[in-house]
Design a binder for this molecule. Structure first.
Ligand code: SAM
Length: 225
């Protein structure tokens, strides 16, 4: 609790948006990621490997934009900073822990911008990046949107239809499973919108047994496009 409170206070002081609710959400994510580090590791490795694969498909490696860069756990920041001329990281909040990761790289080519991305990606069109990565952002945007389906449709159209190589990683739905491995509940995470065809798919144990409930785990289905 003390660590969370300190992180919240430092984030509020360094944030350009200074929105306590958003900062509290990011600090909650940071705390959960620390508690669930072992369960999340395979998902984070899959994300990083897929992003590196995508970079391999980019011919002009000037600018990369990461949407939903968050805690920089799914994103191979070091690799991106070495492989492309500039890296721009967008999120509602860049916590001090993420800012520190960037500073520790000791590179001048990484920028952090705090922005609400639920209004679409038109702002990228003035100077389109070569690669745009949407890193486990979409379901989170949908979760807080008054009309989740609209936000999901717009993000998919903008990301996949832009003048850049798109890279989409998103969770699309979840299962609640008991200790016998039986599915006791399911849910959609994309506001009822159909996900695009995936190149890769995997499971992400977001809440292992004991995290949200003692006798159930929450497992998300993730696609990479
Ligand atoms: C699951 S986390 C992403 C994790 C991140 N890719 C990483 O490597 O640690 C989802 C992120 O989406 C961000 N987010 C949610 N809604 C957003 C919005 N409307 N605009 C911008 N970012 C948003 C959250 O702040 C959070 O950092």
């Amino acid at each position: 609790m003390i660590l969370e409170a300190l992180h919240f206070t430092a984030a509020l002081a360094t944030s350009s948006r200074r929105k306590p609710r958003e900062i509290a959400g990011s600090v909650g994510l940071w705390s959960r990621a620390r508690r669930c580090a072992k369960a999340w590791a395979p998902h984070e490795e899959n994300c990083q490997a897929f992003i590196e694969e995508k970079v391999g498909q980019v011919i002009e490696r000037r600018r990369v934009t990461v949407l939903g860069s968050g805690l920089l756990r799914d994103v191979p920041l070091d690799y991106l900073a070495k492989s492309l001329q500039t890296v721009t990281l967008y999120d509602l909040v860049h916590l001090p822990s993420a800012r520190l990761k960037v500073r520790r790289l000791g590179r001048e080519n990484v920028r952090l911008i705090e922005r609400d991305l639920s209004d679409g990606l038109d702002f990228l069109k003035a100077e389109p990046p070569d690669l745009v990565i949407s890193a486990c952002l979409l379901s989170q945007m949908a979760l807080h949107a008054p009309e989740p389906g609209t936000v999901v449709r717009r993000h998919l159209a903008d990301l996949l239809g832009g003048p850049w190589v798109p890279c989409l990683i998103t969770d699309t739905g979840f299962e609640l499973r008991n200790r016998q491995g039986e599915v006791i509940g399911t849910g959609d995470l994309l506001g009822g919108e159909p996900p695009p065809p995936a190149f890769r798919a995997w499971e992400w144990t977001v809440a292992p047994f004991g995290e949200a409930a003692r006798e159930t785990e929450t497992v998300h289905r993730v696609i990479a496009v």
